[in-house]
Design a protein around this ligand. Sequence first.
Ligand SMILES: Nc1nc2c(c(=O)[nH]1)N[C@@H](CN(C=O)c1ccc(C(=O)N[C@@H](CCC(=O)O)C(=O)O)cc1)CN2
Ligand SMILES: NCC(=O)N[C@@H]1O[C@H](COP(=O)([O-])[O-])[C@@H](O)[C@H]1O
Length: 228
Amino acid sequence: MNGRVPVAIMISGRGSNMAALVEASRAPDFPAEIVLVLSNRPDAKGLETASAAGIATEVIDYRGKGSRKAFEEGASSAIERSGAEIICLAGFMRLLSPGFVERWHDRLINIHPSLLPAFPGLNTHERALEAGVKITGCTVHFVRAEMDNGPIIVQAAVPVSHKDTAETLAKRVLAVEHRVYPLALRLVATGRARLVGDRVFIDEDVTDLPALAVPPVSLREVPDAAAG
Ligand SMILES: Nc1nc2c(c(=O)[nH]1)N[C@@H](CN(C=O)c1ccc(C(=O)N[C@@H](CCC(=O)O)C(=O)O)cc1)CN2
Ligand SMILES: NCC(=O)N[C@@H]1O[C@H](COP(=O)([O-])[O-])[C@@H](O)[C@H]1O
């Protein structure tokens, strides 16, 4: 595939991270090509975005008893058919079984809207505000059977203000997600992010990787939530 690594993206909803990866893959020097967008929900808005971008889409909609196994078998064969060698979870909201994670071991990455290991799971921004943290952010990691506990590839931080709501914080973190996920995929697709045990080594001086130096969003930019 013109030397670029074929990639499948799994979504469950809006798909803005998927769109950011598709956009990044348009760059002539981007080392990966998005060949499939797969959703476990037929109403996922991201499916329209992917189709409009000319990318093959697939919906595997199993609900109820036995749905997880049936979904994963359908997903694995769709991904095999697409020839994808890396899978990006982008707002994919289902726990994947150890069997699926093992099937795609070290080729399955996910973006999570917190600085893992802090705030794994759901409702991360509400919990960050509750905890009163002053910095939060996002994490791209290799997926392991245990939820949100895989080797970390890239992280980026944003400030938190007492004026923030979960919505204003989610918006600030999402803006950084859209820059960090393409970087993480670039590092994995080129083999510059390599696994040593359960740690990720990045084979170069990370600070000169432009996107990694994500400029901290200054608190001055924090909208006055009260002012609405
Ligand atoms: N085995 C793994 N599966 C998944 C991981 C992972 O790290 N290991 N990451 C998630 C993504 N994710 C957080 O980044 C996440 C997704 C879903 C849930 C969750 O509790 N889901 C509920 C159902 C929620 C729903 O359907 O809306 C569930 O699966 O019962 C937590 C974290 C992707 N999968
Ligand atoms: N635990 C997984 C999780 O919470 N993922 C988060 O869901 C959102 C999906 O947005 P998107 O559909 O617009 O990419 C993103 O913020 C992503 O980090």
